[in-house]
Ligand binder design. Structure first.
Ligand code: GDP
Length: 338
């Protein structure tokens, strides 16, 4: 391997001091699937979790071309001007390219990528959603430990990645384009229900009047949704913005802050994070068990042997499955807190 990692304590200290190179290295470490790197990642994250630092985690989704990069650049700069440190993480489970654009591409966020108060990390090319999900939430934990105030988690509005991002965010923002006619743009109901803020982008020039109409349509649709206990009056909300002229960016930020403050005060913030952490723990256990089924040689051999018995009619499928599950249950117990 090329660059040796500094020892774990040093790496943790540097991340905690907000050093961007150390942060980048730490993220590379957590993206690695080598078992020895996994052990180091787990130890690093455990160490840094003691800092108990929290950023505002904002999930941002939108189809390719809607203006995500342009919005993140303008919004990110505005946050930095307000004295905040901003991290951008991209989530793209299928590939690093979606509709011709690379999520988290630094050349498309030129000013932001040069700002010392910003940290941008493009999506890694991991193929399965489970890996992407873990990588992203661990990367979020790292940027929080590094002292960033806001982390924007960018994704495309396709498939499960959107739900996954919504589930790891404190606030979920949907970026939409102005659309002609009075038809809502086929936004899935499920996603409308997870959105806290719908931003109709490109409200400038020729598109302004269409944007105004689109925004009113969405505001109407949002009012029809069942009220969620974690929302104050008036949320979820639809607003018009222009990533190009900067229209509405300030208001979008103040709405996000208002919502975050309300949820903190009402206990929804902590409850949501606690539920998220519990969900990840259970997902990790499931993933670990699954990995054991496919990767553990002894289990693999037993599966093949029992599979042959089932195929030959010597054992029923249920009996064979029970045998395997018993073996897994008898394996060394997971570490538990004392
Ligand atoms: P992404 O694929 O969602 O990241 O979209 P981009 O940020 O690359 O933007 C796609 C296109 O829309 C580019 O040509 C942008 O210049 C343009 N665009 C983005 N935001 C705005 C906006 O607020 N107003 C206008 N008129 N064009 C915009």
């Amino acid at each position: 391997r090329k660059a040796r990692l500094p020892d774990l304590d040093t790496l943790a200290d540097r991340v905690a001091a907000g050093e961007r190179r150390a942060l980048a290295r730490a993220i590379t470490l957590i993206e690695s699937t080598r078992p020895e790197d996994r052990a180091l990642s787990t130890a690093l994250l455990q160490k840094l979790s003691g800092l108990k630092r929290q950023a505002l985690r904002i999930g941002l989704s939108g189809t390719p071309g809607v203006g995500k990069s342009t919005f993140i650049e303008a919004f990110g700069i505005a946050l930095i001007d307000a004295g905040l440190k901003v991290a951008v993480l991209a989530v793209d489970p299928s590939s690093t390219r979606t509709g011709g654009s690379i999520l988290g591409d630094k050349t498309r966020m030129e000013r932001l990528s040069r700002a010392p108060e910003a940290f941008i990390r493009p999506s890694p090319s991991l193929s399965h959603l489970g890996g992407v999900s873990r990588r992203t939430r661990e990367a979020v934990a790292l940027v929080e430990a590094a002292g960033f105030d806001v982390v924007l988690i960018e994704t495309v509005g396709v498939g499960q990645s959107e739900t996954m991002v919504a589930e790891m965010s404190d606030l979920f923002v949907l970026l939409l384009a102005p659309a002609g006619g009075d038809e809502l743009q086929g936004v899935k109901r499920g996603i409308m229900e997870t959105a806290d803020l719908i931003l109709v982008n490109k409200a400038d020039g020729d598109l302004k009047s269409t944007a105004t109409r689109t925004c009113a349509d969405y505001a109407g649709a949002l009012r029809l949704l069942r009220k969620r206990p974690e929302d104050p009056e008036g949320f979820p909300k639809a607003l018009m913005v222009s990533a190009v002229t900067g229209l509405g960016l300030e208001q979008a930020w103040s709405e996000m802050q208002a919502l975050a403050k309300w949820r903190q005060a009402e206990g929804h913030w902590d409850a949501r994070r606690a539920a998220q952490a519990r969900g990840w723990f259970e997902a990790e256990v499931r993933a670990g068990l699954l990995a054991r089924l496919t990767e553990d040689t002894a289990t693999r051999t037993a599966m093949d042997r029992l599979g042959a018995d089932v195929a030959a009619g010597k054992l029923t499928a249920s009996q064979a499955a029970e045998n395997i599950l018993e073996t897994l249950g008898a394996a060394p117990a997971l570490e538990t807190d004392p």
